[in-house]
Design a protein. Structure first.
Length: 388
């Protein structure tokens, strides 16, 4: 039976494991952490991601543990609307985006991976184009090796050498709180060099996120700083901040990757943040990892050349990285004149224009044909032939 060795047991790695399993391949997931777990935060999944999850047979399960996002938009720090997202048009054309807790998504993916296929506490140190994977417990070998090992990917080195992630110029906080009263319409509020957003989770808790311009690695930035920065913003932000516990706050500097020349080398393919880490301004990082997983399994298990995966995924994901970076730059504008001009422009932009601009991101369809293939599926063609 052909085999895929998957480095990394995050959203991208687990989704890939499921996609290859559905097509009859053996899989081995190597995860550095001793447990498969996600950070305590929410995650939005757009309709394109739900279509990828449908290809994995998991869209209904995910919807069952998620909440449909029924409103969205951007306000200023006083709560005046700058733009409204036409969520109804999105729902009609593409399906509803959903919000859920990351731990729930990871739990669903983990349960769909065959028992025993995930090896935790194993750190990969090197990968060779012939499919050999060197790790802390010895070596493994696959017909395909998938680098799903995140933004600081070790596997990426074997595909395109040393690539340094780019700092966005701003840091992000995330937390999940239990509100004292319902928060009303979700959305994001943009100030000067900082933003605050919130969205309700299915269990009534609220996922809050914030950003601020800051040098990379700036220490501190705890609850006091969050309250100082956002405590005077519009309701319900002060009440949300009053409900935050110090230990529940996550703070991460935000990085993305410059465009890679290729996602593949020999038997190796990169996906998710290892291939195209992006700033979270479009909420598409994990969505793209899910798409990658479906396309990679489709191409590889049909005996296709991995360069087909590269040509299907690289232009699309790099377009989204670029857009996310641009939206972040606009959202983080800080000079008073630039903020005034930005806000005026946002007010003047019809929601139909915004809707149209989302189309190239949301209109992705999963590849057709060959889904749920049997174990007789032939392995991919490689320059040196299959390993089986
Ligand atoms: C603030 C913020 C908000 C976000 N919001 C959203 C959102 O709303 N919607 C969305 O779609 N995306 C969002 N994203 C992006 C999303 O979180 C990522 O794109 C996604 O989690 C990437 O998944 P991945 O599996 O590619 O990588 P990761 O989640 O980084 O997983 C990589 C895995 O590989 C393991 N690993 C690393 N190195 C090794 C090694 N050498 N050997 C073995 N294992 C290794 C790690 O331990 C880890 O488990 C957000 C990101 C941030 C920072």
């Amino acid at each position: 039976m052909p085999k895929a060795v998957i480095v990394g047991g995050g959203i991208g790695g687990l989704a890939t494991a499921i996609a290859f399993t559905l097509r009859g391949w053996e899989i081995e997931v190597l995860e550095r952490s001793t447990r498969i777990e996600e950070v305590g935060a929410g995650i939005s999944l757009w309709p394109n991601a739900l279509r990828a999850l449908a290809a994995l047979g998991l869209d209904e399960t995910v919807r069952g543990r998620a909440r449909e996002e029924d409103s969205a938009g951007i306000r200023d720090r006083k709560g005046r609307w700058l733009s409204r997202t036409d969520t109804e048009a999105i729902r009609v054309h593409y399906g509803s985006p959903v919000m859920m807790h990351r731990a729930d998504l990871l739990d669903i993916l983990r349960r769909a991976v065959p028992e025993g296929a995930v090896r935790t506490g194993i750190s990969v140190t090197a990968v060779q184009p012939d499919g050999t994977v060197v790790h802390s417990a010895g070596t493994s070998a696959g017909d395909v090796v998938v680098g799903a090992d995140g933004i600081h990917s070790v596997v990426r080195r074997a595909v395109c050498g040393a690539i340094e992630p780019r700092y966005s110029g701003y840091t992000a906080w995330r937390t999940v709180i239990t509100p004292t009263e319902p928060v009303g319409e979700m959305g994001e509020s943009w100030g000067s060099g900082q933003r605050f957003g919130y969205s309700t989770l299915p269990d009534g808790r609220v996922y809050c996120f914030a950003t601020a311009d800051m040098a990379a690695g700036t220490p501190g930035g705890g609850l006091d700083e969050l309250r100082a920065r956002f405590g005077s913003w519009h309701d319900p932000i002060p009440a949300l901040l009053a409900a935050v516990g110090e230990t529940a706050i996550l703070k991460h500097d935000l990085y993305d990757l410059p465009p890679l020349k290729t996602f593949v080398a020999g038997r190796i393919a990169l996906l998710g943040d290892a291939a195209h880490a992006m700033t979270p301004n479009l909420g598409q990082g994990a969505c793209q990892a899910l798409e990658d997983a479906v396309v990679l399994a489709h191409v590889a298990t049909r005996g296709g050349d991995l360069t087909d995966y590269d040509s299907q995924r690289r232009p699309r994901t790099q377009m989204i990285v670029k857009r996310s970076r641009l939206i972040g730059a606009v959202g983080q504008l800080s000079s008073p004149m630039a903020v005034l001009a930005r806000n005026a422009l946002l007010r003047l932009t019809p929601s139909s224009t915004q809707f149209k601009s989302l189309a190239p991101v949301l209109d992705w369809e999963s590849p057709r044909g060959g889904d749920q293939r049997s174990s007789s599926t032939s392995p991919m063609r490689t320059p040196s032939g299959p390993r089986t």
